[in-house]
Design a protein around this ligand. Structure first.
Ligand code: ADP
Length: 294
């Protein structure tokens, strides 16, 4: 697969997360809850992934219904919606993780760099489009350093100097270097949950992806660790395309430039985060963001 020319080593880190506020939602809330977002994500950028008329069936369950979606390069896109609406299925399709479940039928296409993700080599694809899961999943028998470079080793890279440099570079990018640089040989499972999640992000970065998919990456973490993950997403955004599934609407508002609202397998609304939250076009979006269901 052709590589792009995006500089991945830029140290031009973004400032901490934009301020955003969602007032408490309740059934007695006004029709649209006011949200203030000082977004600096308004730049135009090109499409990196285009989902076209995607349908996914798990047996008789029609999980994704005719979804069309253009994901912008070097942006953060949140996917929100009530449980079971298809968020994770859509996210996992972007690097073919859905295939791990049997009995899946798919129609439509997902275009990335001119090729349909659904018919390209999954191993090659996952080098370009990485995944971070809800629960931190470092390899338990490996050291911190070995975890970072596990994917690289798997792809046949064995140069010890390159692996060392990559370890440092990726731990710096993941905001973990300062905390672990003097114990790289210790087991990764000795780290806290938040540190383990940042280690998993470092591991995903080590194979030099374009896109990072994150499935509720902070939902198992405490508030301080969550804030660190959100800050990290902001720092990575100038150089990576990030798609994040989140149940936390404040988090979607804080970290993303684009937001997709899904309901019952359909993409109901997709647009700039500030528009989706402050001026939703669809009644269902408005009801969801004001806490009337979910
Ligand atoms: P969300 O992430 O929004 O909670 P999911 O994408 O996990 O929703 O699920 C969407 C629908 O697809 C649900 O009805 C769920 O039960 C179904 N589903 C998801 N994964 C599988 C699977 N592996 N096998 C069968 N049904 C599945």
């Amino acid at each position: 697969m052709e590589q792009n020319n995006i500089p991945k080593d830029s140290t031009a880190a973004a400032k901490p997360a934009d301020t955003a506020a969602i007032t408490a939602a309740s059934s007695s809330a006004p029709a649209v809850v006011p949200i203030q977002i000082q977004s600096k994500h308004d730049k135009m950028s090109t499409t990196i992934i285009e989902v076209k008329d995607l349908n996914i069936y798990f047996g008789a369950t029609h999980a994704i219904k005719g979804v069309n979606m253009a994901i912008k390069q070097n942006s953060v896109t949140s996917i929100i919606g009530p449980s079971g609406c298809g968020k994770s299925t859509l996210l996992r399709t972007l690097n073919r993780m859905h295939e791990i479940s049997g009995g899946v039928t798919i129609t439509g296409s997902v275009i990335y760099e001119g090729n349909d993700i659904l018919t390209t080599d999954a191993t090659e694809l996952r080098k370009r489009i990485g995944m971070v899961f809800q629960k931190p999943n470092p390899f338990p028998s490996m050291s911190i350093q070995e975890n970072v470079v596990a994917g690289l080793r798997y792809t046949g890279v064995h140069s010890s100097s390159f692996l060392r440099e990559t370890t440092e570079k990726c731990l710096i990018k993941a905001g973990l270097w300062e905390e672990v640089h003097d114990r790289l040989k210790e087991p990764a499972i000795k780290l806290s949950g938040g540190q383990q999640q940042r280690l998993c992000i470092a591991r995903a970065l080590a194979v030099n992806p374009d896109v990072l998919l994150m499935d509720e990456p902070a939902s198992a973490l405490d508030p301080i660790s969550t804030a660190k993950i959100e800050e990290l997403i902001f720092e990575l955004q100038p150089n990576y395309t990030i798609v994040i599934v989140t149940h936390n609407m404040q988090q979607a508002a804080r970290v993303s430039s684009e937001t997709a609202f899904m309901y019952l397998g359909q993409l109901i609304e997709f647009g700039k985060t500030k528009d989706v939250f402050s001026n939703p076009k669809h009644k269902q979006t408005e009801s969801y963001i004001t806490g009337r269901f979910g």
